[in-house]
Design a protein around this ligand. Structure first.
Ligand code: CUA
Length: 385
């Protein structure tokens, strides 16, 4: 029989563990990645499934552990106890505690299938977006508007969006905790995710599948704005006739709900087809540096030599909330650090293979910052969620 002291010891250890768990749970005080604070239909449906299951699980836990603790206490060994009767079991109870969990699991299954069915519905009039996972950044394409961007995904509030999810290298996973649940981006196997943002805001997104050494640094933001603001954003990106009239999409994948062919896997934009407009800076030194040192991998819409598709399209980089795929706040200091030594910030990234300290001179970096930061639409951002 345990001594009084060892019982007291167990109580103390349990208290410390519970306090520790509570302290850790409070880590995300502003909860930017909480699935319990939903602002989009897909995430709301998941939460509506999670909530009753969590309560039911709690009830099961309390009943089972309650009976267990009661039995341990009530039938504990006492001094001079005789050997208890040895029995094989109780058939009635065993049948009952097999059927009861099976029924509970059945109910959970039905609720889950229902939520899956609701969440996989795609509105044929939804805004169509393609998201492509790269090691380690997200690329976003708007096939009907001829827009390619990265890092920040703009969507209108109150309108369904359907995101075609593709990968080019390894498996990634597209997750916006407050808007939509995780969905895989699998090279060669396209998935779709439909949701509607119900509140405007800047939302965190994160790759949710281990995809290499910088997996944890593979993030993005979803910027959900009012429809008129979204239209301004679209207009800014498509304000040249060449960009607006070019629809060079053809690929093996028919988009669901339409017969139209949709963006195939990378690269979707043929060379020279994309001549949108950036904001000035064409005559600047940074423009020239960009042509010489960055254009092989990166695209800028108004720069005829910058047609690379290995790295992100950098048009309107000045608008973006973050640099390096959601990793750093977008400001000159961080941009300087990134351009000086990207591997220091995101080990293993492709750009770091070429851009090492010294690849760009101090002056070139400053010229590039002036050019890239000048790429702005000045469309106001909603609040961070
Ligand atoms: Cu991409 Cu993890």
């Amino acid at each position: 029989m345990p001594s009084r002291r060892s019982i007291w010891r167990a109580v103390q250890v349990s208290g410390v563990l519970i306090a520790g768990a509570l302290a850790l749970a409070a880590c995300g005080a502003d909860k930017p990645m909480s699935t319990l604070d939903t602002h989009g239909t897909h995430a709301e449906n998941i939460l509506a499934l999670l909530t009753p299951i969590a309560w039911a699980a709690l009830a099961v836990f309390v009943v089972v552990e309650g009976i267990l603790v009661y039995a341990i206490w009530k039938f504990r060994a006492r001094k001079n106890d005789a050997m208890p009767a040895q029995i094989h079991g109780n058939t009635t109870i065993e049948i009952a505690w097999t059927i009861a969990p099976a029924l509970i699991v059945l109910v959970i299954a039905v609720l889950t299938f229902r939520t899956q069915a609701v969440n996989s519905r795609m509105d044929p009039t939804a805004l169509r977006i393609q998201a492509v996972g790269h090691q380690w950044w997200f690329e976003f394409k708007y096939p009907d508007q001829s827009i390619v961007t990265s890092g920040d995904l703009y969507i209108p509030v109150g309108r369904d969006v359907t995101v075609q999810l593709d990968g080019v290298d390894v498996i990634h996973n597209f997750w916006i905790p407050k808007l939509a649940g995780k969905t895989y981006m699998i090279p060669g196997n396209t998935n779709y995710l439909s949701f509607k943002a119900t509140n405007e805001g800047v939302y965190r997104g994160q790759c949710a599948e281990f995809c290499g050494e910088a997996h944890a640094l593979m993030r993005f933001r979803v910027i959900a704005v009012q429809p008129d603001v979204f239209d301004r954003w679209i207009a800014a990106h498509t304000s040249t006739p060449a960009a607006a009239s070019t629809q060079p999409y053809a690929g093996p994948e028919a988009f669901p709900n339409t017969q139209e062919k949709y963006v195939p896997h990378m690269p979707a934009f043929p060379q020279g087809a994309y001549t949108g407009v950036g904001t000035g800076g064409v005559a600047s030194n940074g423009y020239t540096v960009f042509e010489k040192k960055c254009a092989v991998c990166h695209m800028i819409n108004d720069n005829p030599k910058a047609k690379g598709v290995t790295g992100p399209n950098l048009t309107y980089l000045g608008d973006r909330t973050t640099l390096a795929a959601g990793l750093l706040p977008n400001n000159s200091g961080n941009l300087y650090s990134w351009l000086y030594d990207p591997s220091m910030i995101k080990p293993g990234n492709i750009m770091g293979g070429t851009v090492k300290p010294g690849y760009l001179t101090d002056q070139e970096i400053k010229d590039l910052i002036a050019y890239l930061e000048g790429q702005k639409t000045n469309i106001p951002l909603p609040q961070a969620r």
